[in-house]
Design a protein around this ligand. Structure first.
Ligand code: GDP
Length: 288
């Protein structure tokens, strides 16, 4: 998160290109709201770039928590700005730890000291001035210290003891949804009709596969196909992996929690009950 123009997009671009472990170059990155950066053979970090302030606040209000760590981007020439403060507030209220990426250190008018002092004034005490928040001076544009930022993320993840359950029924959160008119591939890689309704699901428990039945809000899917951020079909998506899922009858909403059920029949009944409840509530409100 960060104030507009402080370099969030540039940092995400830089991180995407820092995919040094897998060494996969080429392949057009699709906007699916999230992507994974492998940092070693066994570890990877998932970056979520959707939540604008509103989406983040809405997700929180609905109890969905998709973010374990907030990377706060603050440009060292500008320092703390109004939206920087909003981000700090959001992270604090959601009780999510912050790592500060002090960006644009390549600029002649960058002032790291002043930025640190401003952050301290607003309650973010960096380690460099005796606090406990990690701050990493970076240049998103010149890809300086991106590796240090990843290290900092892993350090905080370890401190927070971030763990999930890779088994059991699938649980996740919808990050984005849309109607996709590009072709879908079948098993022999031939294009069939358009993908239709797709949604990016961040898997937070279990392993999502073709055929899994999910309920998200008032939408149901029997997973037809799964795609990674490069647009390639994948067999499954495990814990903390964001994946585009096709096969939705209707579009779920960002922030909807998705969970696996045994049968489509049961899924449809659940949705019907939800719709009835909402209708009853609305009629009650209308009659007041
Ligand atoms: P966002 O609005 O936070 O997503 O910011 P952008 O990533 O779009 O960056 C805003 C402007 O700042 C663009 O012109 C970038 O090229 C520039 N910028 C971003 N990071 C750096 C950096 O590390 N150094 C310099 N000199 N410019 C940067």
């Amino acid at each position: 998160m960060g104030h507009v123009d402080h370099g969030k997009t540039s940092l995400l671009d830089s991180l995407r290109n820092s995919d040094i472990v897998s060494g996969e170059f080429g392949g057009i990155t699709q906007h699916i709201g999230a992507f994974v950066v492998p940092v070693s053979k066994t570890l990877s970090v998932t970056f979520i770039d959707t939540p604008g302030h509103l989406a983040f606040a809405e997700m929180r209000a609905r109890g969905a928590q998709v973010t374990d760590i907030v990377v706060l981007v603050v440009a060292a020439d500008d320092g703390v700005m109004p939206q920087t403060l909003e981000c700090i507030e959001h992270a604090n209220r959601a009780k999510v730890p912050i790592i500060v990426a002090i960006n644009k250190i390549d600029k002649a008018d960058a002032n790291i000291k002043r930025t640190e002092q401003m952050l301290a004034e607003y309650g973010v005490q960096l380690e460099s001035i005796g606090g406990d928040v990690i701050g990493v001076p970076i240049s998103a544009l010149k890809s300086i210290n991106i590796d240090k930022l990843l290290e900092a993320i892993l350090t905080v993840a370890e401190l927070q003891d971030l763990k999930g359950d890779p088994g059991g029924p699938v649980e996740g959160t919808i990050l984005e949804s849309r109607n996709d008119t590009t072709g879908e591939q079948d098993d022999v890689n031939e294009n069939i009709d358009n993908k239709g309704n797709v949604a990016t699901v961040l898997v937070q428990r279990g392993s999502l596969k073709k055929g899994t039945i999910l309920v998200a809000g008032k939408s149901v899917v029997r997973v037809r196909a799964l795609y990674n951020e490069k647009g390639n079909q994948v067999e499954k998506a495990s814990l903390s992996i964001p994946v585009v899922v096709s096969g939705w009858k209707t579009l779920p909403c960002a922030g909807d929690e998705a969970f696996e059920v045994e049968s489509e029949n049961f899924a449809n009944r659940l949705v019907a009950v939800k719709k009835n409840e909402e209708l009853a509530k609305k009629m009650e409100q209308d009659s007041v």
